[in-house]
Design a protein around this ligand. Sequence first.
Ligand SMILES: NC(=O)CC(=O)C(=O)O
Length: 301
Amino acid sequence: MSSSVLKKPVKLSCIQLASGADKAANLKHAASQVAKAAQAGSNIVVLPECFNSPYGCQYFPDYAETLLPSPPTREQSPSYHALSAMASENKIYLVGGSIPEFSPDTKKHYNTSLIFGPDGKLLGTHRKVHLFDIDIPGKITFKESEVLSPGNKVTLVDLPEYGTIAVAICYDVRFPELAMIAARKGAFALIYPGAFNLTTGALHWKLLAQGRAVDNQIYVAMCSPARDMSASYNAWGHSMIVDPMAKVLVEAEEKEAIIEAEIEGGAIAEARKNIPLNTQRRFDVYTDVSASGVKFEEPGL
Ligand SMILES: NC(=O)CC(=O)C(=O)O
């Protein structure tokens, strides 16, 4: 793999958005923050997990939108149309965080990210593959699988001017295989809209961002909602962009913020030249999980 994984330098930003219960207000607010990031020069903009709703199993069905048939009508998915307009009006690539989705085909709910190009066209979708089911007694219990179903593919999205990004959602960051496959397939950045909490955020958020970066010698962006202590789920915040040597280039605090960093292919090439993991792997000792049987496409989403 060479430096050409990122064709030219690009400004990447994460919007650590403050969202509430009013979906229309959330969409309007997201639009104003995306415009701000674009005016400041960002070409790739990322929103957080469940940016249009509160985060929690009790909310997913009420906030869910229908994305099929594609494109959906405005009634079926106001968020799809709002995100498409944010991308086209600002001429940016937009990783639209995630939204709760209901599929009329499968009759199931998903946690889904929509990725749009500068012309407002949908470039890709990712349904959260690994659902957030944890139980840390006395701290946090969460069971997304009570309401949501998992996606079933690795998501790589081609941004013609720049190269390929991988998009996954929050808990997906804990699974190194997914990141490894995306990096071996040529992604220049792993982008995770996410919403860790005060327990796991303090322990693992930064560690995982740096871990995925150093394992794969790749940029990593993790984009959280702003922390709201009056909400039922308190997001960790601390959105960050990490470079291919695992250095944190920029990190938000807890409150609403836009963080941005210029990223460039030379840093990926240099990391891979100086520490040449890509030529030192021992596939005679262990299996290359990226070599076969990887699912990239999901018909109709
Ligand atoms: N919210 C998530 O999906 C994941 C999370 O908070 C964690 O892994 O911790």
